[in-house]
Write a protein that binds this ligand. Structure first.
Ligand code: FAD
Length: 598
């Protein structure tokens, strides 16, 4: 079947998505003959309709951009770009092509029912595709497991934000007194079990909701662990060890990450918990050590301190690697003022003094090396009730049979891709945290899942934009940002081309409450001089920074300049209005700014 088309890439993509074989070309007849010959001899027994679509130069450019492939003619098998004639031959020689063209049980197997996997599965089903989602949680070393929905819902964003809110409310009670509320005299205490139960009840409702949504969309859900056992085959193993084999045309890996334990730290795996365990901890954590400088470590330390626990953060080097370091240090100093202790060290071993019970935290002794002024080191130790290991998270790709489908991963186990398509296996895709070089955030995983499925099954010409993604660290004083950090801006554009406007301020709400954190709120815009001061980075350290960063994020996507921020009239009295009146230029070595109020 031959089709001619002008520039409408969407209609080309739609034809591709519904064709077993599609060859996109500009009239190269020998190449087309070679393609059809390879398909005829690939071992597939039935006749295959080969759709040939001739496109003009701009159509060619766009398709090569979408697929990130420069071979031409460009060949698609069941909607997946594979490259040119050479790649087709390789697939045929490896006996993959014939097998691919056969019918399989499912259009799509999604491995991992977290933020990304669920969004993708539902979107694929909305195009009438037959989809199965496998989601299985391997128990943490401490034995924690959870329901459908992945990290965000069960052990990530949701419980974390609720506990952050619980901690903020503690501050509000103190503020309330200053605003005239009669709060009973004496110490106001917090009940961890009540908080934990409330949070877990909400999570259970969400787990149930996800199951209902899958049923409504006619997506098959299996609470099973998926492993590739053949080129188009997955073995799904359930809790009882029963294995079911599933075949599909296409696979989506959305298996996410799990917290890492350090190697060579005796006692770490036996006695430390991670964020996988903290939010369902059946006893109050009491005196806690958070190990690691990740946002997870700081967020957990922040809310635990706010709930009234004694908290120490142990870090090897800098805080919040990858984030703006000026802000990271401001977060450290704010948390210190709240009473969180910081220890620059790495643990060497952890010993149990008294085991935990179902209702009470145990006692652990943590040992570490401390550098002395003369450069020598001495071993020191301290007792804690709970140790939270938050030194990073690893990709869940080690034992899912990627070698069977020859899906290549980088050193950290993340999947290498061309857009979201595996670099080495054209019918396997990956989204979310498990994909290399993308922000590890829930909305990113969701967007990638939806956009990919719309492109593959609906022929919609869209790509996920992984840059200028607004995000927030929910430390006691929230840090919202979008775009580049100072460090990245200097690296990308050179120091001479960067100008930074900034201000320290305090929210009106702090005044009557006489909050100690008056001088900690901070905002800055990092701008590119040579492009009319286009805003490259937006940063704010303030209450509700998440809400503020989300709103201003659109300005960065639209290429806003400093003068656009100046033209915007503020909403008074708010924290966010600080961005409409920024005039101070940040200078190297200048003294710390003094706060201005609204
Ligand atoms: P996940 O949600 O991790 O889902 C993967 C699923 O696949 C899991 O259920 C896993 O058990 C399952 N699985 C793995 N292997 C297999 C297999 N072989 N077979 C079957 N199932 C398998 N992001 C934000 O945007 N905002 C936040 O505030 C935020 N806070 C966070 C706080 C914490 C403490 C943590 C740990 C993370 C936080 N994140 C936050 C990150 C966010 O949770 C992740 O970016 C998001 O969950 C990634 O989604 P995903 O679909 O890639 O993977």
């Amino acid at each position: 079947r031959r089709l001619e088309t002008n520039v409408d890439v969407s209609s080309v993509l739609q034809t591709i998505s519904s064709s077993k074989v599609a060859i996109i070309h500009s009239g190269e007849s020998t190449q087309l003959k070679n393609c059809t010959e390879v398909i005829r001899t690939c071992g597939y027994e039935e006749n295959v309709e080969v759709v040939q679509i001739r496109v003009n130069e701009s159509g060619k450019e766009r398709l090569q951009f979408i697929t990130l492939r420069n071979q031409w003619p460009l060949i698609f098998i069941k909607g997946d770009a594979i490259g040119g004639v050479d790649e087709l031959k390789k697939l045929s020689d490896a006996k993959i092509l014939g097998e691919w063209l056969r019918n399989h049980q499912y259009d799509l197997v999604v491995i991992g029912g977290g933020s990304g996997g669920l969004a993708a599965a539902k979107m694929a089903a909305s195009f009438g595709k037959k989809v199965v989602v496998l989601d299985y949680v391997k128990p943490s070393p401490q034995g924690s497991t959870w329901g459908l929905g992945g990290t965000c819902v069960n052990v990530g964003c949701i419980p974390k934000k609720l506990m952050h809110q619980a901690s903020l409310l503690g501050h509000c009670i103190k503020d309330a007194k200053m605003f005239g509320w009669k709060i009973p005299e004496g110490e106001i205490t917090h009940n961890w079990i009540n908080l934990k139960n409330g949070v877990q009840d909400h999570i259970a409702a969400l787990n149930w909701g996800y199951r209902v949504q899958l049923r409504e969309k006619e997506v098959t859900y299996m609470n099973s662990y998926g492993t590739f056992t053949g080129p188009f085959e997955i073995s799904a193993t359930n809790k009882k060890g029963v294995v079911e084999k599933l075949t599909a045309d296409r696979f989506l890996i959305a298996t996410g990450l799990r917290p890492r334990y350090p190697e060579n730290v005796p006692g770490a795996k036996e006695f430390c918990i991670t964020s996988d365990d903290l939010f369902s901890l059946p006893y109050a954590p009491e005196k806690t050590l958070c190990i690691g400088a990740s946002y997870v470590s700081l967020e957990c330390a922040g809310f635990l301190k706010g709930l009234g626990f004694d908290v120490t953060v142990m870090v090897r080097s800098i805080l919040l690697r990858g984030f703006d370091q000026d802000i990271a240090e401001r977060i450290r100093s704010h948390m210190k003022e709240l009473g969180v202790k910081f220890e620059s060290a790495v643990p060497t071993r952890i010993e149990e003094i008294e085991p935990k019970t179902k209702t009470k935290a145990g006692r652990l002794r943590v040992f570490w090396e401390k550098a002395l002024d003369d450069g020598s080191k001495t071993e020191t130790s301290e007792e804690f009730n709970t140790v939270v290991m938050a030194i990073g998270r690893d990709a869940m790709t080690k034992d899912i049979g990627l070698n069977v489908v020859r899906v290549e991963t980088s050193n950290n186990g993340k999947i290498k891709s061309r857009r979201e398509q595996s670099l080495t296996c054209p019918y396997v895709y990956a989204i979310g945290d498990v994909l290399e070089n993308v922000p590890e955030l829930t909305p990113v995983a969701i967007q990638a899942g939806k956009v990919l499925m719309k492109r593959l099954y609906g022929g919609i010409d869209e790509l996920t934009e992984y840059d200028e993604v607004p995000t927030t660290v929910f430390t006691p004083l929230e840090y919202g940002c979008c775009g580049l950090s100072e460090e990245n801006a200097y690296e990308r554009y050179g120091k001479e081309d960067i100008i930074i406007y900034h201000a320290v301020f305090f929210p009106l709400e702090y005044t009557v409450a006489e909050r100690m954190d008056k001088d900690h709120c901070y905002c800055k815009l990092i701008c590119l001089k040579s492009e009319k001061e286009r805003v490259l980075g937006f940063h704010i350290l303030a209450p509700s920074a998440g809400e503020i960063a989300q709103g201003f994020g659109i300005a960065l996507k639209l290429g806003a300049t400093k003068s656009d921020f100046d033209r915007l009239i503020g909403i008074h009295p708010t924290v966010a209005e600080s961005f409409t009146t920024l005039y101070l230029v940040k200078k190297e070595g200048e003294a710390e700014l003094k706060a201005t109020g609204c």
